[in-house]
Write a protein that binds this ligand. Structure first.
Ligand SMILES: Nc1ncnc2c1ncn2[C@@H]1O[C@H](COP(=O)(O)OP(=O)(O)O)[C@@H](O)[C@H]1O
Ligand SMILES: O=C(O)[C@@H](O)C(=O)COP(=O)(O)O
Length: 421
């Protein structure tokens, strides 16, 4: 029976959250899509959806179905994971999904906190920063699917919910868990539905987590999960598993990276790979045809596979992304690239790749779905927010180690470092 049941709005986000909890000594399994059968054995089960950019009604329905499965399995608390850069549009899907979960859990109130200080995401006076930049000046304003053009999260969430949003400011948060708990309880009793809670340090996130020990629903990024293992331990529900929580079967087989993220970090990692590994950068604008791109990549890879990773990227800088979107429309452009990258990943696995890094959340969703992976056991961290995972082989499937890298995560040498080269 899972202690914590999580619903993540994309696949990289799910592994990021799992990584935090595994580091806290909890075992975690990420299941792909709404579970239909019994849940795997783990302290934490994370249902990974591709709901961040789905139509609102679909995102809500899938999130509620995931919540039902997690509750039926006995989860004691529900966690709705979204991006540390609050990726969403004015239509949703953070607000509508959170609204539906608040209703289902009949809890009236939930905190909302995307902070992840280790990766530079902090919230101060309700404003989300990425490093020293406001969210809307961080590059996220150019995201292909969810451009973020407002850093004020009280406003951003306010536009997406039928409820009300209040700030729990830094001045409260720095006073620690008890004051935070009382402040949130006061807001709930006064009818506020959400609190954007400031946090600029890990210690503050731990305090907020402690303050939310008895909340039915927590919403946020992976950072806010840091305090949760201690809550379960304090209740005598969780043994101290230490590093054993991250144990995976040994790795083998060829190494490869596929990238569909167009984030600044991923573009930098591709730049590094250019000088250190066989690297193919597809020109999607010149060949806007998924099957042709896949043929091109799988032809190129011939004779190059081994221990040293090959890197295949469809990623492009903002002006090229904008040009493809102008030609095909935003969603069709994204779908074309995702289809191409998924076909490439499938071809790589058919050629003996068993250790695969995928860069990009939507891209990871497309790849994992194409590979027929149904569950990922979470292993050791490569870089903050990105662990190796082990895809339990589906019936007749291939066992595989996967690292699903959030677009903006990882150091510049990530694509090499992941494979220890
Ligand atoms: N060259 C390109 N032109 C247009 N869209 C692209 C291009 N390369 C990738 N994309 C799309 O951009 C989106 C990136 O989103 P995602 O994979 O979630 O990355 P991130 O993790 O950085 O958000 C995907 O839908 C992907 O297919
Ligand atoms: O919280 C985060 O930043 C990540 O866990 C995440 O959700 C990233 O999504 P992508 O940038 O789409 O990979």
């Amino acid at each position: 029976m899972p202690l914590l049941g999580c619903i993540a709005d994309d696949f990289t986000g799910a592994t990021d959250l799992a990584n935090t909890l595994v580091k806290g000594g909890m075992t975690a399994v990420q299941v792909i899509g709404v579970p239909t059968g019994p849940l795997p054995e783990a302290d934490v089960v994370i249902v990974a959806l591709k709901s961040r950019t789905a139509p609102v009604a679909e995102a809500v329905a899938e999130s509620l179905a995931a919540c039902e499965a997690l509750l039926a399995a006995g989860s004691r608390q529900i966690f709705f994971k979204y991006c540390s850069t609050f990726d969403s549009t004015d239509e949703g899907n953070i607000g509508p999904v959170a609204d539906a979960l608040v209703r289902r859990l009949d809890c009236g109130f939930a905190l909302a906190n995307p902070a992840f200080p280790t990766n530079g995401r902090t919230v101060y006076q309700g404003h989300l920063f990425v490093g020293d930049k406001l969210l809307n000046e961080s590059g996220m304003e150019n995201h292909p699917l969810t451009p973020m053009r407002d850093a004020n999260l009280v406003r951003v969430l306010g536009r997406q919910t039928t409820g009300t949003v209040k700030l729990v400011p830094y001045s409260v948060v720095e006073q620690g868990a008890t004051v935070i708990r009382h402040t949130m309880t006061g807001l709930k009793e006064s009818g506020w539905r959400y609190a954007i809670v400031d946090a600029v340090t890990d210690a503050q996130l731990v305090a907020i987590g402690e303050a939310a020990a008895d909340h039915a629903l927590i919403t946020g990024g992976s950072g806010i999960a840091m305090g949760l293992p201690a809550n379960f331990r304090a209740k005598g529900l969780l043994p101290d598993r230490g590093e054993a929580a991250a144990a995976l079967p040994p790795m083998q087989g060829h190494a490869a990276v596929v990238a569909g993220s167009c984030s600044r970090a991923t573009l930098g990692q591709i730049g590094y790979a250019r000088d250190h590994a066989h690297t193919l950068e597809l020109d999607v604008l010149a060949t806007p045809d998924a099957a042709a791109l896949a043929r091109q990549a799988l032809g190129w890879v011939e004779g190059k596979l081994g221990d040293h990773p090959v890197v295949i990227a469809a990623s492009a800088p903002p002006e090229k992304v904008a040009a493809l979107q102008a030609k095909l429309g935003r969603d069709a452009a994204g779908a074309l690239v995702e289809h191409a990258v998924a076909s490439i990943a499938e071809g790589l696995v058919a050629r003996g790749v068993r250790r695969l890094v995928v860069a990009g959340g939507e891209t990871s969703g497309a790849v994992v779905s194409r590979l027929g992976v149904t569950a990922l056991r979470i292993g050791p961290e490569i870089d903050p927010g990105v662990p190796w995972t082990y895809a339990e082989p589906a019936k007749g499937g291939t066992p595989l180690h996967l690292a699903l890298k959030s677009g903006n995560f990882g150091t510049r040498d990530f694509f090499l470092k992941a494979f220890g080269v």
